[in-house]
Write a protein that binds this ligand. Structure first.
Ligand code: PMP
Ligand code: GLN
Length: 383
């Protein structure tokens, strides 16, 4: 009997850094400031709502595009926040998380040889998602020190093969945010082209310092060509729920759903019922930014005791720190040493670059209980 040999579709891809560092954190009983997830409890009310709906018998498949009531509530929220009318029947699909929404959007559009503009550092799923579709990532570095998009460079990199541009604001891992002038530049560049946009807005509500989130949904000309992706895991502090959604204009969403229906078909139903009830109340998401800003500020304050140098973060779960004055080790080596010897796990930002660029910067997740942050900094202070 012969056994077939598998030809990898992603030959250069190893295990994601989030799993690598979380496994190491478990092995060495380290405080995990690596992978982005909260260690504080999520809302009791939301948990009770899931329980309520399970007991009520909401345990069978819901519509493949998402529970109609949930889509209606999402459309109302978009109207309230971004002053846009979205048709819940034709423009919203509920997905098992934001990552899936992004992958589906890319798979819906991309053909082999298409080019996709990606800004680096980039969330680690983007490039493999592009490559598995036979498309080519065109990598443009965000400009230091504040990780901004260089629109002159973007203009230079646009070719007849450019099919998509990927955006992420608030940004993982840097915490930078897009401003109205960025969206204006983007509009100027794409308006006369066939370029689509995937906008990763999973940190929509995790934005600080009084800055408004510039959703693509606020810009009708951009929205016409966009897939806008969200995650309830981030908004409601329940990353393990893996529930999100994609918003796109009807013609784009029609194609998105063709890919979605034979992959996931429909998402977890009791959670959709519960989220639909919970999301109706503005307080369910309004205070998330303020709550996390306090965490960021506490962490920044505590870390002043150490020799790590902060790089400003205006959103997301994350704060970058430079360690160039502390050590000349690689980011990966220091992240491993901190986990094993000091009991604090972080993420080397080189994991967000295709060529593993090493700027001597580590990413810390501050979505943790105050006492977790205090203990982590006590440990880091020994370095
Ligand atoms: N995009 C970014 C930038 C993220 O940090 C995450 C977090 N995992 C996701 C997408 C995916 O979210 P989800 O867990 O809902 O798939
Ligand atoms: N988004 C999370 C982070 O950046 C991790 C999600 C994952 O493990 N895939 O840490």
């Amino acid at each position: 009997m012969s056994v077939p040999t598998i030809q990898s579709k992603l030959p250069n891809i190893g295990e994601t850094i989030f799993t690598v560092m979380s496994s190491l954190a478990v092995e060495y009983k380290a405080i995990n400031l690596g992978q982005g997830f909260p260690d504080y409890p999520m809302s009791d009310e939301l948990i009770s709502l899931v329980n309520f709906h399970m007991k009520k018998g909401h345990n069978q498949y819901v519509h493949m595009n998402g529970l109609p009531l949930l889509r209606k509530v999402i459309a109302e929220k978009v109207c309230r926040l971004y002053k846009q009318q979205i048709d819940p029947e034709e423009e919203i699909t509920v997905t098992p998380g934001g990552t899936y929404a992004i992958y589906t959007a890319l798979t819906t559009v991309l053909k082999p040889g298409d080019e996709v503009i990606v800004f680096e550092p980039a969330y680690d799923s983007y490039i493999p998602n592009i490559e598995i579709n036979g498309a080519v990532p065109i990598l443009i570095p965000l400009t230091l020190p504040d990780y901004k998009i260089d629109w002159v460079e973007v203009k230079k990199q646009i070719t007849p093969k450019t099919r998509m541009i990927m955006l992420n604001s608030p940004h993982n891992p840097t915490g930078s945010v897009l401003r109205p002038e960025d969206l204006a530049k983007l509009e100027e560049l794409v308006i006369e082209t066939n370029i689509f946009i995937v906008s990763d807005e999973v940190y929509e509500h995790l934005i600080f310092d009084g800055i408004q989130h510039e959703s693509i949904l606020k810009y009708p000309e951009l929205y016409k060509r966009s897939f806008v992706c969200f995650s309830f895991g981030k908004v409601f502090h329940c990353t393990g729920w893996k529930l999100g959604y994609c918003i796109a204009p009807p013609a784009l969403m029609k194609e998105f759903r063709k890919v979605h229906q034979f992959n996931c078909f429909s998402c977890n139903s009791p959670m959709q019922f519960a989220v639909a009830d919970f999301l109706r109340e503005e307080e369910s998401y309004n205070s998330v930014g303020i709550f996390l800003q306090k965490k960021r500020d506490l962490f920044l304050h505590l870390m002043q005791q150490t020799r790590f140098k902060p790089i400003p973060s205006h959103g997301s779960y994350f704060q970058l720190y430079s360690f160039s004055e502390l050590s000349d080790e690689s980011e990966r080596d220091l992240a491993i040493r901190l986990t094993k010897d000091y009991g604090v796990a972080t993420i080397p930002t080189s994991a967000f670059y295709k060529n593993s660029k090493d700027d001597k910067v580590l990413r810390f997740c501050f979505a943790k209980k105050d006492e977790t942050l205090e203990e982590a900094v006590n440990r880091l202070n020994k370095l």
